[in-house]
Design a protein around this ligand. Structure first.
Ligand code: PXG
Length: 459
C-alpha cells in the first residue's frame, strides 16, 4: 500500500482508530506500534528502514516466505476472471475444485473430502458442529461433549476459545460453553518429573481415558488436540502419547480430531503433524500454511466414514459466505503446489529441519536459565527457568519471557514468548546460512538477557 506518511503519523492514527487483537490498548498506545511496511523471503522491514528476521513466519503461517510474485499474479488473474461466487446453491468453480483435489493428494490416505472456512477458528467451530452432527446422524445424539486440553489453543471464536485451554481467555465471556471439558497437557518437563518420556506419554494419554470414564463414553463426541501445541509454547508430547490417545479413542468409540492449523503444511518436516507422530485422526483442521497467510482460508478434512455419515444425514446446515472463496482457493492451490513441487516440505524433513534442531540444541544448552530445549522440523522452543538443577520455573509466569522477547525484537529478530517458553517457527524456505544468522543473533540476545537477569537480582 503506497501511502507516504511518517511513522509518528501512522502511530497516531493507529492509536486513534485501531483495536488490536490480544492487546492492552492503553499500554500499546502509550508505547506506539512498530509499523511493518514490506517483506521479502524471511525478512520484514519497518517504517524506519530496520530489517527484521522473522523467526515466527508471521503468526506461524508464512510457510512459503514473503514476496512471492507468482502468488500475487494468481490472485490478480483470479480476481479478474471470477472474483467471487458462492458454493451454496448447486454451484462450484474451478479454483475450489482444483484445490480440493490437490489437498486430497497431499493429505494422508483416506482424507478425500474438504469443507472450507476462512480461518483456523472457523475450522474449529465447523468441526465442533460436524462431530455433533455426526453422532446425531449415527443415532447417538447424547454424544455431544468434546475433550480439549489445558494450554491448548484452538482460536478465538466462542467455540475455539472454549475448546482451547487458555484460562485467561475463558475468564472473558463466560467460557467454556457447555459440552466442552479439558484434560492436562502432555508437558513432560512440568508434569512428568522423574519419569521416562515413554512412561509419561502413556500417563498423559491415560488422563483422557480418566475423563472419558468420568463423563461416560456415551456422552463424549470427540477428543481434539494439536499434534504439537503451538501457542501453548511448543509442547511436544513423547512419542508414546499420540498412538495411545488413538487407541483410547478407538476403544471408546470417540472421534479423534487433530488441529493441524500450525503443524500442517510442512512445519514438522512431514505434510501434517499426525504423520510425524504416527497417528490417524478422523477429522483434521487446517488454515495458516494452507495459503502461507497470503489470503485468509481454512478447511476441515474428514475421513470417508465422517463424510459418508454427514452425507447420510442430508443437509448439513453450516457454511460461510466465503467458504471456498475463489481468490483464496486459487492462491492456496498455487502455494500448496509450490510447497510440494519446489521440494520445500521435503527440505524441512531432510535438510534444514535437522540442521535447525542441531544448531538450536547446541546454541542454547550452555545458558544457565535455559532448559527443556526441544524441536521438530522448523518448530522449536526452550523454556526460561529460574534454576536448571531443580527444574524450577520463574515466579510470575510470562514476565521474564516478555523481557526476553523484547530483547530479540530490539535486535532485529522476531521470536515469540508463550509464557516463559521462547518459541520459533520461521518460514520453511529459511536456508542453513539464515539459520546460522538467526541462531547467532539469538545467542547474543540471550547473553544480554542473562546479564539483565543478574542486574535485576533474578539470577
Ligand atoms: N488452531 C490452532 C492450533 C492455532 O494455532 C487457531 C486454531 C485459530 O486460527 P485463526 O486463523 O482463527 O487465528 C490457531 C491460531 C500466537 C497465536 O500468539 C497463535 C494463533 C493465532 C494467533 C496468535 O501464538 N494460532
Amino acid at each position: 500500500m503506497k501511502v507516504e506518511r511518517s511513522t509518528a503519523q501512522w502511530r497516531e492514527m493507529d492509536a486513534a482508530h485501531h483495536l488490536h487483537p490480544f492487546s492492552d490498548t492503553t499500554s500499546l498506545n502509550e508505547q506506539g506500534v512498530r509499523m511493518i511496511t514490506h517483506a521479502e523471503g524471511i525478512y520484514l522491514w519497518d517504517s524506519e528502514g530496520n530489517k527484521i528476521l522473522d523467526g515466527m513466519a508471521g503468526l506461524w503461517c508464512v510457510n512459503i516466505g514473503y514476496g512471492r510474485k507468482d502468488l500475487a499474479d494468481v490472485a490478480k488473474r483470479q480476481m479478474e476472471e471470477l472474483a467471487y461466487y458462492n458454493t451454496f446453491f448447486k454451484t462450484s468453480h474451478p479454483a475450489v475444485v482444483e484445490l480440493s483435489q490437490l489437498l486430497a493428494e497431499v493429505a494422508p490416505p483416506g482424507f478425500g473430502r474438504v469443507f472450507y472456512t476462512n480461518s483456523g477458528s472457523e475450522s474449529i467451530d465447523t468441526m465442533i458442529r460436524m462431530v455433533r452432527r455426526y453422532w446425531d446422524v449415527k443415532g447417538q445424539p447424547q454424544k455431544k461433549t468434546l475433550i480439549g486440553r489445558w494450554n491448548g489453543y484452538h482460536g478465538s471464536t466462542i467455540g475455539g476459545a472454549s475448546l482451547g485451554g487458555m484460562s485467561y481467555m475463558h475468564e472473558q465471556g463466560d467460557l467454556p460453553i457447555p459440552g466442552i471439558v479439558h484434560v492436562e497437557q502432555p508437558w513432560h518437563y512440568k508434569h512428568g518429573k522423574g519419569m521416562t518420556a515413554e512412561a509419561f506419554g502413556t500417563l498423559a494419554a491415560s488422563w483422557i481415558e480418566d475423563k472419558i470414564l468420568e463423563i461416560g463414553a456415551d456422552n463424549i463426541a470427540a477428543f481434539v488436540g494439536e499434534p504439537i501445541q503451538g501457542a501453548g509454547g511448543v509442547i511436544i508430547p513423547p512419542d508414546s502419547y499420540w498412538p495411545e490417545v488413538q487407541r483410547i479413542c478407538r476403544k471408546y468409540d470417540i472421534l479423534l480430531v487433530a488441529d493441524e492449523v500450525i503443524c500442517g503444511f510442512g512445519r514438522t518436516g512431514e505434510w501434517f503433524g499426525q504423520q510425524h507422530f504416527g497417528f490417524t485422526p478422523d477429522i483434521f483442521t487446517i488454515a495458516k500454511g494452507l495459503s502461507s497467510g497470503y489470503l485468509p482460508i481454512g478447511a476441515v478434512l474428514v475421513n470417508d466414514d465422517v463424510a459418508a455419515t454427514l452425507a447420510a444425514g442430508g443437509d448439513f446446515n453450516h457454511g460461510f459466505t466465503y467458504s471456498g472463496h475463489p481468490v483464496a482457493a486459487a492462491v492456496a492451490y498455487a502455494n500448496v503446489k509450490a510447497l510440494r513441487d519446489e521440494g520445500i516440505v521435503a527440505a524441512v524433513h531432510d535438510d534444514t529441519g535437522p540442521y535447525m534442531q542441531k544448531r538450536w540444541h547446541e546454541a542454547f544448552s550452555g545458558f544457565a536459565h535455559v532448559d527443556d530445549i526441544r524441536g521438530v522440523g522448523l518448530i522449536q522452543a526452550f523454556t526460561l527457568v529460574k534454576d536448571k538443577a531443580s527444574q524450577t520455573l520463574f515466579d510470575n509466569w510470562g514476565e521474564i519471557g516478555l523481557m526476553c522477547r523484547d530483547i530479540f525484537f530490539q535486535h532485529g529478530l522476531i521470536m515469540r514468548a508463550c509464557g516463559d517458553h521462547i518459541v520459533s517457527a520461521p518460514p520453511l524456505i529459511i536456508s542453513k546460512a539464515q539459520i546460522d544468522e538467526m541462531i547467532s543473533t539469538a545467542v547474543q540476545c540471550m547473553q544480554i538477557f542473562e546479564q539483565k537477569l543478574k542486574e535485576r537480582g533474578l539470577a
